[in-house]
Design a protein around this ligand. Structure first.
Ligand SMILES: NC(=O)c1ccc[n+]([C@@H]2O[C@H](COP(=O)([O-])OP(=O)(O)OC[C@H]3O[C@@H](n4cnc5c(N)ncnc54)[C@H](OP(=O)(O)O)[C@@H]3O)[C@@H](O)[C@H]2O)c1
Length: 328
């Protein structure tokens, strides 16, 4: 569901790793459905031609089954695994939530790179997956292929996450880096779109929504608090003046859109807003699409850095979830 930057990157990775996946995990796959807003709900249980679809050669309407809704589409596709990679709706998480519910209901594993369902319906979707004996996974929603959620689940038992801070939105990091180099805000946005990290509508990134949703997703899942998105203080980067961004850089400081969460009593104090960082701050040294996060546990603290990832890093997060779901 959704065949933009991420959907395409994931399919390219599936194709390029097909032999390895078969040899090492004994997993074979067939693409039986693709849906987008403009191309409709295409399904063929015998398999669609992935290379043709990647090259934009969609089967003619009269040669293919076009469903009218998600249920019809998934039923016809006979999907074992459903991938949700459609545009983020920050306010409701829809229609992605309904699509995931339908997929789980029909007995498919559901894998989401879309953060909306995590922030608006995590407990409902997790409960439904458990009831159906299927997996609901969402590793690629934050820091692409870096295994944050699975690391906490598998590698950090009996810890309490007290807080975290990081730079988690690639688009704003690319835009700020480009402005520092002397380019305009618009040129920075075009650069982020050209390398596939900005969605076709980049306003969710520029206005801080994507970063705020990531803070909420991490806090809800890893700190186990019932947080609403409007409880995250949010400011985007549009208000920053280009000249100021360049002049603070010359003086050894940098603006970054910083995500923070800190446990306070029963709740969590959360924000996603531009901060002026000293050069000595590790977050200040992130270039381009790089992102980083520092986690403070009750027993120790540690950081993760993702170095200048391309869109295939997000595709990898989906691939890793896919293998976890079908071979685990
Ligand atoms: N890009 C990244 O680096 C990145 C990283 C992590 C997570 N994500 C998340 O991954 C998702 C996809 O991002 P992207 O960069 O691939 O975006 P994109 O290039 O803008 O593609 C979005 C795709 O979703 C389709 N779509 C939108 N609304 C739909 C609907 N209601 N029903 C069916 N299809 C719909 C679009 O169809 P049309 O083209 O026909 O409009 C398009 O194929 C988003 O939720 C984003 O937040 C992205």
């Amino acid at each position: 569901m959704g065949f933009g930057n991420v959907g395409k990157a994931f399919l390219r990775l599936l194709i390029s790793k097909e032999t390895e996946i078969r040899r090492r995990y004994d997993v074979r796959w067939r693409l039986t459905g693709v849906a987008t807003r403009r191309n409709g709900w295409l399904a063929d249980p015998d398999g669609l031609n992935p290379l043709a679809i990647l090259n934009g050669r969609w089967p003619a309407q009269h040669h293919s089954f076009q469903a009218g809704n998600a249920r019809e589409w998934l039923e016809h596709a006979k999907a074992d695994v459903f991938f949700e990679a459609s545009s983020l709706n920050v306010h409701t998480g829809q229609p992605a939530i309904d699509h995931i519910k339908t997929a789980l209901d029909l007995g498919a594993h559901a894998i989401s790179v879309n953060k909306g369902p995590i922030v608006h319906a995590l407990s409902e979707l997790t409960a439904l997956a458990r009831e159906k004996g299927k997996k609901f996974l969402y590793e690629a929603t934050v820091m692409d292929g870096v295994p944050i959620f699975s690391m906490f689940q598998l590698g950090l038992p009996a810890t309490e996450l007290r807080g975290f801070c990081g730079v988690l939105n690639s688009t704003t990091n690319v835009v700020l880096t480009e402005i520092e180099k002397g380019r305009s805000f618009e040129e920075g946005v075009r650069r982020a779109q050209a390398i596939g990290v900005a969605e076709s509508d980049p306003s969710a990134d520029l206005d801080g929504w994507d970063a705020a949703v990531k803070v909420a997703a991490l806090a809800i899942v890893l700190m186990n608090v019932p947080l609403r998105l409007d409880q995250v203080r949010r400011t985007g980067i549009r208000e920053l003046c280009e000249e100021k961004i360049r002049s603070v850089r010359t003086s050894g400081m940098r603006y970054k859109l910083v995500c923070r969460a800190e446990r306070r009593g029963d709740g969590v104090d959360c924000s996603a807003q531009p901060e002026l960082l000293l050069a000595s701050d590790p977050l200040a040294n992130l270039e381009g699409t790089s992102s980083a996060v520092r986690f403070d546990l009750d027993v120790f603290g540690f950081s993760l850095v993702e170095h200048n990832p391309g869109i295939e890093a997000t595709g990898y997060g989906l691939l890793a979830d896919f293998l976890r779901a079908v071979s685990g």
